[in-house]
Design a protein around this ligand. Structure first.
Ligand code: MN
Ligand code: MN
Length: 296
Protein backbone atom coordinates (compact mmCIF):
# COMPACT_ATOMS: atom_id res chain seq x y z
CA UNK A 1 0.00 0.00 0.00
CA UNK A 2 1.02 3.51 -0.77
CA UNK A 3 1.20 5.29 2.60
CA UNK A 4 -0.11 8.81 2.96
CA UNK A 5 -1.51 10.55 5.99
CA UNK A 6 -4.93 12.14 6.12
CA UNK A 7 -4.76 15.16 8.39
CA UNK A 8 -1.90 14.54 10.76
CA UNK A 9 -4.18 12.71 13.16
CA UNK A 10 -4.32 9.35 11.40
CA UNK A 11 -1.28 7.22 12.16
CA UNK A 12 0.03 5.16 9.23
CA UNK A 13 -0.49 1.42 9.68
CA UNK A 14 -0.42 -1.74 7.56
CA UNK A 15 -2.72 -3.77 9.80
CA UNK A 16 -6.07 -3.29 11.50
CA UNK A 17 -5.95 -2.32 15.18
CA UNK A 18 -8.43 -3.43 17.81
CA UNK A 19 -10.68 -0.53 18.85
CA UNK A 20 -9.22 1.51 16.00
CA UNK A 21 -10.90 3.61 13.33
CA UNK A 22 -9.15 3.05 10.00
CA UNK A 23 -9.13 5.03 6.83
CA UNK A 24 -8.49 3.29 3.51
CA UNK A 25 -8.58 4.66 -0.06
CA UNK A 26 -10.02 2.54 -2.89
CA UNK A 27 -9.50 4.64 -6.01
CA UNK A 28 -11.40 2.67 -8.64
CA UNK A 29 -13.72 4.02 -11.34
CA UNK A 30 -13.87 1.27 -13.98
CA UNK A 31 -17.65 0.87 -14.25
CA UNK A 32 -18.59 4.56 -14.21
CA UNK A 33 -21.10 5.17 -16.98
CA UNK A 34 -21.15 8.91 -17.58
CA UNK A 35 -17.96 10.68 -16.50
CA UNK A 36 -15.00 8.95 -14.89
CA UNK A 37 -12.44 10.39 -12.49
CA UNK A 38 -13.43 8.95 -9.10
CA UNK A 39 -10.19 6.92 -9.02
CA UNK A 40 -8.48 10.19 -8.06
CA UNK A 41 -10.90 10.75 -5.16
CA UNK A 42 -8.86 9.32 -2.26
CA UNK A 43 -5.71 11.28 -3.13
CA UNK A 44 -7.69 14.51 -3.68
CA UNK A 45 -9.35 14.14 -0.27
CA UNK A 46 -5.99 13.51 1.39
CA UNK A 47 -4.49 16.55 -0.32
CA UNK A 48 -7.45 18.81 0.51
CA UNK A 49 -7.41 17.61 4.11
CA UNK A 50 -4.16 19.45 4.79
CA UNK A 51 -5.97 22.75 4.29
CA UNK A 52 -8.74 22.17 6.83
CA UNK A 53 -8.77 22.05 10.62
CA UNK A 54 -8.82 18.83 12.64
CA UNK A 55 -11.44 20.43 14.92
CA UNK A 56 -15.13 20.23 14.06
CA UNK A 57 -17.05 23.21 15.48
CA UNK A 58 -20.27 21.35 14.61
CA UNK A 59 -19.60 18.28 16.72
CA UNK A 60 -17.23 20.08 19.11
CA UNK A 61 -14.74 17.26 18.59
CA UNK A 62 -11.14 17.23 17.42
CA UNK A 63 -9.42 14.47 15.47
CA UNK A 64 -6.26 15.28 17.41
CA UNK A 65 -7.90 14.40 20.72
CA UNK A 66 -8.07 10.71 19.90
CA UNK A 67 -5.27 8.19 19.62
CA UNK A 68 -7.10 5.41 17.80
CA UNK A 69 -7.15 6.80 14.24
CA UNK A 70 -5.18 4.90 11.62
CA UNK A 71 -4.51 5.32 7.94
CA UNK A 72 -4.04 2.23 5.78
CA UNK A 73 -3.18 4.32 2.71
CA UNK A 74 -4.61 3.74 -0.76
CA UNK A 75 -5.08 0.22 -2.07
CA UNK A 76 -2.75 -0.67 -4.92
CA UNK A 77 -4.91 -1.99 -7.75
CA UNK A 78 -2.25 -3.03 -10.26
CA UNK A 79 -2.00 -1.89 -13.88
CA UNK A 80 -4.44 -4.22 -15.64
CA UNK A 81 -6.55 -2.52 -18.30
CA UNK A 82 -9.48 -4.76 -17.38
CA UNK A 83 -11.62 -2.87 -14.83
CA UNK A 84 -13.00 -6.08 -13.37
CA UNK A 85 -9.47 -7.31 -12.60
CA UNK A 86 -8.68 -4.04 -10.80
CA UNK A 87 -11.91 -4.09 -8.82
CA UNK A 88 -11.26 -7.69 -7.76
CA UNK A 89 -7.67 -6.83 -6.81
CA UNK A 90 -8.94 -4.09 -4.51
CA UNK A 91 -11.44 -6.47 -2.92
CA UNK A 92 -8.69 -9.08 -2.44
CA UNK A 93 -6.48 -6.49 -0.74
CA UNK A 94 -9.32 -5.66 1.62
CA UNK A 95 -10.01 -9.34 2.34
CA UNK A 96 -6.34 -9.88 3.17
CA UNK A 97 -6.52 -6.95 5.54
CA UNK A 98 -9.55 -8.15 7.52
CA UNK A 99 -9.21 -11.90 6.99
CA UNK A 100 -8.63 -12.72 10.64
CA UNK A 101 -10.62 -9.87 12.11
CA UNK A 102 -14.17 -9.92 13.44
CA UNK A 103 -15.16 -6.25 13.25
CA UNK A 104 -17.75 -6.63 16.00
CA UNK A 105 -15.65 -8.67 18.41
CA UNK A 106 -12.45 -6.68 17.83
CA UNK A 107 -14.29 -3.35 17.73
CA UNK A 108 -12.65 -2.47 14.44
CA UNK A 109 -14.04 0.38 12.35
CA UNK A 110 -13.36 1.15 8.72
CA UNK A 111 -13.90 4.34 6.74
CA UNK A 112 -13.40 3.58 3.04
CA UNK A 113 -12.95 6.44 0.57
CA UNK A 114 -13.69 5.95 -3.13
CA UNK A 115 -13.58 5.60 -5.88
CA UNK A 116 -16.92 4.94 -7.47
CA UNK A 117 -19.75 3.37 -5.51
CA UNK A 118 -18.92 -0.22 -6.54
CA UNK A 119 -15.99 -0.10 -4.07
CA UNK A 120 -18.45 -0.21 -1.17
CA UNK A 121 -19.44 -3.78 -1.99
CA UNK A 122 -16.69 -5.60 -0.08
CA UNK A 123 -16.83 -3.40 3.05
CA UNK A 124 -20.64 -3.60 3.25
CA UNK A 125 -20.56 -7.39 2.76
CA UNK A 126 -17.98 -7.72 5.55
CA UNK A 127 -20.06 -5.58 7.91
CA UNK A 128 -23.21 -7.59 7.12
CA UNK A 129 -21.30 -10.78 7.95
CA UNK A 130 -19.98 -9.46 11.26
CA UNK A 131 -23.14 -7.64 12.40
CA UNK A 132 -26.29 -9.77 12.03
CA UNK A 133 -28.50 -6.77 12.89
CA UNK A 134 -26.77 -4.06 10.82
CA UNK A 135 -28.84 -1.18 9.49
CA UNK A 136 -27.49 0.11 6.18
CA UNK A 137 -28.05 3.84 5.67
CA UNK A 138 -27.79 4.74 1.98
CA UNK A 139 -27.43 8.42 1.08
CA UNK A 140 -27.33 8.97 -2.67
CA UNK A 141 -29.05 10.71 -5.58
CA UNK A 142 -29.48 7.30 -7.20
CA UNK A 143 -31.28 4.17 -6.09
CA UNK A 144 -28.38 1.88 -7.17
CA UNK A 145 -30.72 -1.10 -7.33
CA UNK A 146 -30.12 -2.19 -10.95
CA UNK A 147 -29.26 -5.81 -11.48
CA UNK A 148 -25.97 -4.98 -13.16
CA UNK A 149 -25.33 -2.17 -15.62
CA UNK A 150 -23.54 -2.06 -18.99
CA UNK A 151 -22.24 -5.59 -18.51
CA UNK A 152 -21.00 -5.14 -14.95
CA UNK A 153 -22.81 -7.25 -12.37
CA UNK A 154 -21.09 -5.24 -9.62
CA UNK A 155 -21.58 -1.85 -11.27
CA UNK A 156 -21.73 1.34 -9.20
CA UNK A 157 -25.40 1.51 -10.33
CA UNK A 158 -26.01 -1.89 -8.67
CA UNK A 159 -24.21 -1.53 -5.36
CA UNK A 160 -27.27 -1.60 -3.12
CA UNK A 161 -28.78 -4.47 -5.10
CA UNK A 162 -25.54 -6.44 -4.61
CA UNK A 163 -25.47 -5.61 -0.90
CA UNK A 164 -29.02 -6.96 -0.61
CA UNK A 165 -27.72 -10.34 -1.88
CA UNK A 166 -26.08 -10.68 1.54
CA UNK A 167 -28.94 -9.46 3.73
CA UNK A 168 -30.10 -11.72 6.55
CA UNK A 169 -33.42 -11.55 8.41
CA UNK A 170 -32.31 -8.83 10.81
CA UNK A 171 -30.54 -6.57 8.35
CA UNK A 172 -32.32 -3.40 7.27
CA UNK A 173 -31.91 -0.73 4.62
CA UNK A 174 -32.97 2.91 4.64
CA UNK A 175 -32.43 5.22 1.65
CA UNK A 176 -32.55 9.00 1.54
CA UNK A 177 -31.67 11.68 -1.02
CA UNK A 178 -32.70 9.42 -3.90
CA UNK A 179 -34.10 11.45 -6.79
CA UNK A 180 -33.21 9.31 -9.77
CA UNK A 181 -34.02 5.73 -10.64
CA UNK A 182 -35.96 3.51 -12.98
CA UNK A 183 -39.66 2.83 -12.60
CA UNK A 184 -38.90 -0.63 -11.27
CA UNK A 185 -36.32 0.69 -8.77
CA UNK A 186 -38.95 3.09 -7.41
CA UNK A 187 -41.55 0.32 -7.34
CA UNK A 188 -39.19 -1.86 -5.30
CA UNK A 189 -38.29 0.93 -2.83
CA UNK A 190 -41.96 1.78 -2.30
CA UNK A 191 -42.98 -1.84 -1.83
CA UNK A 192 -40.16 -2.54 0.64
CA UNK A 193 -40.55 0.80 2.40
CA UNK A 194 -36.80 1.56 2.23
CA UNK A 195 -37.17 5.04 0.71
CA UNK A 196 -37.53 8.14 2.84
CA UNK A 197 -38.69 11.12 0.77
CA UNK A 198 -39.10 13.83 3.40
CA UNK A 199 -36.14 15.15 5.36
CA UNK A 200 -38.18 15.54 8.54
CA UNK A 201 -39.42 11.96 8.32
CA UNK A 202 -35.92 10.68 7.62
CA UNK A 203 -34.40 12.56 10.56
CA UNK A 204 -37.20 11.32 12.85
CA UNK A 205 -36.55 7.79 11.66
CA UNK A 206 -32.83 8.11 12.47
CA UNK A 207 -33.67 9.56 15.90
CA UNK A 208 -35.94 6.58 16.59
CA UNK A 209 -33.19 3.99 15.96
CA UNK A 210 -32.18 2.33 19.24
CA UNK A 211 -28.82 3.79 20.33
CA UNK A 212 -27.09 0.41 20.40
CA UNK A 213 -28.15 -0.69 16.91
CA UNK A 214 -25.08 -1.00 14.63
CA UNK A 215 -25.26 1.40 11.68
CA UNK A 216 -23.25 1.50 8.47
CA UNK A 217 -23.33 4.68 6.40
CA UNK A 218 -22.71 4.50 2.65
CA UNK A 219 -22.51 8.06 1.31
CA UNK A 220 -22.45 8.70 -2.42
CA UNK A 221 -21.40 12.35 -2.65
CA UNK A 222 -23.86 13.02 -5.49
CA UNK A 223 -26.35 13.04 -2.58
CA UNK A 224 -25.39 16.70 -2.35
CA UNK A 225 -26.75 19.22 -4.81
CA UNK A 226 -24.40 19.80 -7.78
CA UNK A 227 -24.45 23.54 -7.05
CA UNK A 228 -22.45 22.72 -3.89
CA UNK A 229 -20.79 19.59 -5.15
CA UNK A 230 -20.17 19.58 -8.92
CA UNK A 231 -17.15 17.24 -8.74
CA UNK A 232 -18.95 13.97 -9.29
CA UNK A 233 -19.62 11.67 -12.25
CA UNK A 234 -23.43 11.63 -12.33
CA UNK A 235 -24.68 14.93 -10.86
CA UNK A 236 -28.38 15.22 -10.15
CA UNK A 237 -30.11 18.52 -9.28
CA UNK A 238 -32.29 18.70 -6.20
CA UNK A 239 -29.84 17.48 -3.57
CA UNK A 240 -28.97 18.28 0.03
CA UNK A 241 -26.64 20.97 1.35
CA UNK A 242 -23.82 20.83 3.90
CA UNK A 243 -25.98 22.19 6.73
CA UNK A 244 -28.53 19.40 6.49
CA UNK A 245 -25.65 16.92 6.47
CA UNK A 246 -24.32 18.44 9.70
CA UNK A 247 -27.78 18.20 11.24
CA UNK A 248 -27.79 14.51 10.36
CA UNK A 249 -24.30 14.08 11.84
CA UNK A 250 -25.51 15.62 15.10
CA UNK A 251 -28.41 13.17 15.26
CA UNK A 252 -26.09 10.28 14.46
CA UNK A 253 -23.67 11.30 17.18
CA UNK A 254 -25.76 9.55 19.80
CA UNK A 255 -25.97 6.40 17.72
CA UNK A 256 -23.71 3.41 17.13
CA UNK A 257 -21.99 4.03 13.79
CA UNK A 258 -19.67 1.09 13.17
CA UNK A 259 -18.49 1.76 9.63
CA UNK A 260 -18.84 4.06 6.64
CA UNK A 261 -17.74 4.84 3.13
CA UNK A 262 -17.63 8.09 1.16
CA UNK A 263 -17.61 7.65 -2.60
CA UNK A 264 -17.87 9.29 -6.03
CA UNK A 265 -15.69 12.38 -5.69
CA UNK A 266 -14.26 12.97 -9.17
CA UNK A 267 -11.94 15.90 -8.37
CA UNK A 268 -11.06 16.89 -11.94
CA UNK A 269 -14.73 17.61 -12.74
CA UNK A 270 -14.57 20.62 -10.40
CA UNK A 271 -11.71 22.87 -11.48
CA UNK A 272 -12.24 25.15 -8.45
CA UNK A 273 -11.19 22.33 -6.11
CA UNK A 274 -14.12 23.08 -3.82
CA UNK A 275 -15.66 19.62 -4.14
CA UNK A 276 -12.47 18.02 -2.80
CA UNK A 277 -12.48 20.35 0.21
CA UNK A 278 -16.18 19.61 0.73
CA UNK A 279 -15.47 15.87 0.63
CA UNK A 280 -12.55 16.18 3.05
CA UNK A 281 -14.79 18.00 5.53
CA UNK A 282 -17.44 15.30 5.17
CA UNK A 283 -14.76 12.67 5.82
CA UNK A 284 -13.60 14.57 8.91
CA UNK A 285 -17.12 14.65 10.38
CA UNK A 286 -17.73 10.96 9.68
CA UNK A 287 -14.28 10.05 11.04
CA UNK A 288 -15.12 11.90 14.26
CA UNK A 289 -18.48 10.14 14.54
CA UNK A 290 -16.85 6.75 14.04
CA UNK A 291 -14.16 7.30 16.62
CA UNK A 292 -16.55 8.78 19.19
CA UNK A 293 -19.51 6.44 18.95
CA UNK A 294 -19.52 3.69 21.51
CA UNK A 295 -19.09 0.03 20.67
CA UNK A 296 -19.71 -1.37 24.16
MN1 MN B 1 -25.20 8.36 -7.07
MN1 MN C 1 -24.34 5.48 -5.73
Amino acid sequence: MDQQTLFMSFKPTKTLKKRGTHLVGFGFDGTACFRKGARLGPSAIREASYGIETFSPYLNLDLDDTDNLYDLGNLVLGDSTDPEVKWKKGNQELSKLWDKTDFKKDKVKLLTIGGEHSISYAPIKKYLEDYSDLLLIHLDAHADLRDGYEGFHYSHASIIRRALDHFGNDHDLVQYGIRSGTKSEYKWMREKGTLQTSKDDFFSYIRSIPNERPLYLTLDLDYFDPSYFPGTGTPEPGGEDFHSFIKLMKILRGKNIVGADVVELAPDLDSSGNSSVFAAKVVREIGLLLTHSKLD
